[in-house]
Each structure stands twice: as C-alpha cells, then as structure tokens.
Design a protein around this ligand. Structure first.
Ligand SMILES: [Zn+2]
Length: 329
C-alpha cells in the first residue's frame, strides 16, 4: 500500500508530488519523480492529527511529507508500528533513568526503614539467654587474638565493684553487665558483646588518668548493651547479605560489589548513629553519677590523641571523634 502526498524540500517551500511506502525491511521509501529515499522508521517525526490539516511526516534530512490520505497513512503506520511500547520505553533514556531512580529509592528506603524495622522485630524475639550464649561464643572466637589481662585481680575487682555500685543509677538494662579483662599489645579499647559482656583492654585501663575517665568508656559500652547495638548490627548485616544474594543471584560479580559498597557506606552511617546513642547514654550516666561529663571529654580526647591508624580495622574507633567529643560537653 502506498500513500500519496507532497514533499517539501528542506531549503525552500518548493513541493513536488511523492508517494510513501513501507519496505519489507521496515523502512520508509519516499519516491518523487527524481529520486527515492529510504528512512528508518525511528528517525521520522509524525505530526499529531489535527482537524482537517494534512498529516505530516518530517524526515531527518529536513524534508516534510504531507498527505490528505490520513486514514491510509495511519493504517500504514499501524501495520508497521516501528516499536512496541516496551521497546519505546527501552529506547527512552528518561524512562530508564526514572526506573533506575525509583529502584534505588525503593532499595534505599527498604534498607533505611525496612531493615531496622525487621531487625527490631527479630532482636525482640531472640531470647536473652541466646544472646548471652552468642556473646560468649563471640568472645571465645576473639580470645584467639587477645591475651590474658596483666591487671591484678584487686584492680579488676575494684573496677567491677565500682561499676556494679552505680548500675542502679542507670536505666533498666536488658542484661546483667559482666566486665571482662583482656590485653592486646597496648591497644586502648573496649567492646560490648551481645548479652551484656563488656571487654576492657589493659591499654584502656592504663590510658585512663582517673577512675571516672575509665568509667566513662565503660558506660559508653553499657550504652551499646542497653540499645542492643551489636545484636542489631549482626541481624541487619545478615538481612542485607540475604537481600544482596537475592538481588544479585550469586555472591560474585560487579553488581555485588556495587551493592556491597553502598551497603558499606550506609552501614557506617548507621554505626555512627549507634556511637552517638552510646555516647548520649554515657554522658547521661556520667552526669548522674559524677555530676559532670568532663572526665568523659578528657578520656575520649586521650583516645583520639593516640590515633588509630595503626589499629586493625575491627579495633579502630570512628573517624568523627572530634564531633563526638564536642557533643559530650
Ligand atoms: Zn562505641
């Protein structure tokens, strides 16, 4: 089927009669008395059908074909529909970008809101005994890297007793606090395990100039126990790992590391939140027990000064220490 009409040249308003057919290979063939031109269907612009005006097709070389045989042209176009809507969508960069953006927003919000929500539900349902047991297992596995504490038994007992006496001043804790002493070269640090164990390294006890300074770090760790941060982060990482596995289908490939990288960035922002919450808990405890957060400011300044470039990653404190110290004052 051919459609008859006129073609206007690109440079002038000269027109000549022309006919339009669609070739078997799906191209427009525009024939005039002088020549035949071939155009891909994707390259042409087809005007809206407006009232009695002729329908127009603009070709990439600037020529315009106009016809009164609107029905015929529509039939021709319909029969040779260049692309289905899905192919059109595929060819449409804006649509692709919007879909990608929506997917990212969806993934991000399920990460930001969904994961913590589900993790809350799961952590609430983990029996306390299981968390205590889990904490023991974690400490057991870390013990291959730790050495026994060099502190005297009296020193250890004094610290335990001092903290024990103040526990009544703190909000109700989900677990009994058990302070454990270990050593690792001269590293000054402390860790909260799931289930209420708090591990103090000898280096930290030595770094503290006063009992109050040491206690501020212990209260910070008790803050992690209070909020059950460790258990939350374990459950959240497992949920995310499962999500990544579902999304990527396998544990390898570029997408995996891409997603992994994003998760790492988001995770570190969440662990910053956990540090802030533990700091707030400790500031509160220090004010209630010692009447001031000053020793905490001193202690965290000391910790910051020793720097942690040389520390193994799992031991390092967080980079935004100065900001945290400011917030403690
Ligand atoms: Zn912390």
């Amino acid at each position: 089927m051919s459609v008859e009409g006129v073609v206007y040249s690109a440079e002038s308003s000269q027109k000549e009669t022309a006919s339009l057919v669609v070739s078997s290979s799906g191209h427009f063939l525009l024939s005039t008395k002088h020549d035949v031109n071939e155009y891909s269907l994707k390259q042409v612009e087809i005007s809206e059908q407006l009232g009695n005006l002729p329908m127009r097709i603009r070709f990439p070389d600037g020529r315009v074909f106009a016809t009164e045989q609107k029905r015929d042209l529509q039939l021709l176009l319909q029969r040779n529909k260049p692309v289905s809507w899905i192919a059109k969508l595929e060819g449409n960069a804006i649509a692709i970008l919007s879909c990608l953006f929506l997917t990212i927003v969806l993934l991000f919000s399920s990460y930001k809101y969904g994961v913590p929500l589900v993790s809350d539900l799961i952590v609430e349902r983990i029996p306390n005994q299981a968390q205590v047991y889990f904490g023991e297992q974690v400490l057991d596995s870390l013990d291959s890297q730790f050495e026994p504490s060099q502190l005297s038994l009296e020193q250890q007992t004094a610290i335990r007793k001092r903290i024990e006496k103040t526990l009544g001043e703190l909000p109700n804790l989900p677990f009994n606090i058990v302070i454990e002493f270990r050593s690792l070269d001269n590293y000054a640090n402390a860790f909260a395990m799931p289930g209420g164990k708090v591990v103090l390294l000898d280096g930290l006890v030595k770094l503290a100039k006063t009992p109050a300074q040491l206690d501020s770090v212990i209260y910070h760790e008790i803050g992690h126990v209070y909020h059950q941060h460790v258990m939350h982060s374990i459950v959240e990482s497992s949920l995310i790992a499962m999500g990544v596995a579902v999304l990527t289908g396998e544990a390898t490939g570029a997408l995996d590391s891409l997603v992994g990288g994003g998760v790492f960035l988001l995770n570190s922002s969440r662990s910053r939140d956990a540090e802030r919450e533990a700091d707030e808990f400790a500031v509160d405890a220090m004010k209630r027990i010692y009447g001031t957060s000053e020793p905490m400011v001193k202690m965290f300044t000391l910790l910051n000064q020793q720097g942690d470039d040389h520390l193994p990653e799992w031991l390092s404190t967080h980079p935004d220490m100065l900001e945290r110290i400011k917030a403690m004052q």
